[in-house]
Write a protein that binds this ligand. Structure first.
Ligand code: FES
Length: 98
């Protein structure tokens, strides 16, 4: 396998297992923003909500399209999702069986 092939098989988004090749294909399909790549590949929709991969995706877009990094970041982020006990919403002394 050539070095270029190995490079393109790098996992850029670990949460969604999105490779550099998939991101490059999204760019060829017209994505010019981090959100555009996100919508086409799901990169950035994982547990970390793009905190790990968004800068890497932006860097790839910047290199491929010649767009400065400052114009690509920040993308929109959703708040992290964590499981919450329903009892945490009850006031002290409230009946937790409801
Ligand atoms: S590494 Fe991409 S969403 Fe977490």
């Amino acid at each position: 396998m050539a070095d270029k092939d190995l490079n393109e098989e790098l996992i850029i988004c670990r949460c969604q297992e999105v490779t550099k090749a998939q991101i490059l294909q999204a760019i060829r399909d017209g994505a010019r923003t981090v959100d555009g790549v996100k919508k086409r590949t799901r990169a950035g929709m994982g547990l970390c909500q793009g905190k790990t991969c968004a800068r890497l995706v932006a860097q790839i877009i910047s290199q491929e399209c010649g767009i400065p990094m400052e114009e690509l970041l920040p993308a929109t982020y959703r708040a992290p999702v964590r499981p919450v006990n329903m009892g945490d919403f009850l006031e002290d002394g409230a009946d937790e069986t409801v």
